[in-house]
Design a protein around this ligand. Structure first.
Ligand code: AQP
Length: 339
């Protein structure tokens, strides 16, 4: 990091495409908070322009954007330390995305597994925005010259594409202008799985609410979902290797470890030989103890939407101060007259 000419700067975002899940919290927001306390300038976004790549009801989008902001703050992000705003307020994201649409290649986009997953069988009917999503994501990051991006494991491929865009832009124009951003994919819960199917990622858009823990779930809902989570009849083993073909069991151990801030082996040693009937109530108690204070604070913040909007407005102004000169220099490099 010390050899880099770029200011150590973190950018990340979450789509306000539904309520926050435990996956978003453990895979992303918890890292956001850690990095806020480190020696970084931190910028965290509600990526509403990404959210509309699939249909969003306008009223729901407004509500979800505010609720996501409330989730960031309730989980420990401090608007005095981190810049927080919603993406559409800073037009430079969309402006740089257009340049990157002209840098990125069709073949790169065709390889993106998230597009394939989200478009499903009905590719012809997917929005063009869903296809070019990674170019906008590259712009989100590079419009701040961000050096580090904390994300869950599912975003690894998009981060590689961001580096490809930066490399190609720098090469095509003979400059060393955009940094090669480092993904920060750390911890035991970089991929929290569905509670109903250990082969699928926990996701806010999964049709089954029982597949996920929402950050707004109350204690009863959390306990019920964990009680009904899919498992197997075997007791918990002594080693992680013995969980390699038991994805649902491994997922619950990982969730416990992430919430307790321990490593997965330590948790397994604690519960070795126990049945899920013994383990699940303890996981529930831990989840309720960690998540309920966040849910309560989110509810309190949501009572004052004007205050949330004011925080986002101030964050957007600070973000624009960083993004504007980087975009202006990009236009100049490309040869666009800005008089
Ligand atoms: N299950 C997960 N485990 C760990 N990290 C996760 N993330 C998402 N799900 C998990 C991380 O959360 C951040 C924000 O994700 P996003 O909202 O931008 O989009 P996503 O990855 O597509 O999340 P969802 O919940 O699955 O949303 P929908 O259902 O709308 O597509 C990212 O850092 C992501 O890695």
């Amino acid at each position: 990091m010390s050899d880099s000419p770029f200011t150590p700067r973190v950018f990340s975002g979450i789509q306000p495409s539904g309520g926050l899940t435990l996956g978003n919290y453990l895979g992303a927001i918890k890292r956001f908070v850690d990095m806020q306390e480190d020696d970084f300038e931190t910028i965290y976004c509600m990526v509403d322009m990404h959210a509309i790549t699939v249909w969003q009801d306008p009223e729901a989008l407004r509500h979800q954007t505010r609720e996501l902001a409330a989730g960031y703050i309730a989980a420990g992000l401090d608007p005095a330390k981190s810049i927080m705003f919603n993406q559409s307020q800073v037009a430079e994201h969309a402006q740089l995305a257009w340049i990157f649409n002209c840098v990125a290649r069709m073949g790169w986009m065709n390889r993106m597994t998230q597009f394939k997953d989200k478009a499903g069988k009905n590719r012809e009917n997917a929005s063009v925005g869903l296809f070019t999503y990674p170019a906008l994501m590259a712009a989100d990051i590079l419009v701040y010259h961000a050096t580090h991006v904390p994300v869950g494991d599912d975003q690894k491929q998009h981060l590689e594409l961001t580096r490809d865009v930066a490399t190609k832009f720098n090469h095509d124009f003979g400059v060393d202008f955009f940094p090669l951003t480092e993904p920060v994919i750390e911890g035991v819960a970089t991929r929290v799985m569905s509670l109903r199917d250990g082969s699928k990622k926990m996701s806010k858009s999964d049709p089954s609410d029982m597949s996920r823990i929402n950050m707004t779930d109350d204690a009863d809902a959390i306990a019920k979902k964990i009680r009904k989570a899919k498992t197997d009849p075997e007791p918990l083993p002594a080693t992680l290797d013995e969980l390699s073909d038991r994805p649902e069991a491994r997922n619950l151990i990982n969730i416990y470890a992430a919430l307790a801030e321990e490593d997965a082996q330590t948790v397994l040693t604690q519960f070795e030989g126990k049945q899920f009937g013994d383990f699940k109530p303890q996981l529930s108690d831990l989840a309720v103890a960690k998540l309920s204070p966040i849910a309560d604070e989110m509810a309190r913040l949501m009572n004052d939407p004007a205050e949330i909007d004011a925080i986002l407005g101030k964050g957007a102004a600070r973000a624009r101060e960083i993004a504007h000169p980087i975009l202006a220099r990009t236009y100049d490099i490309v040869g666009m007259i800005q008089s």
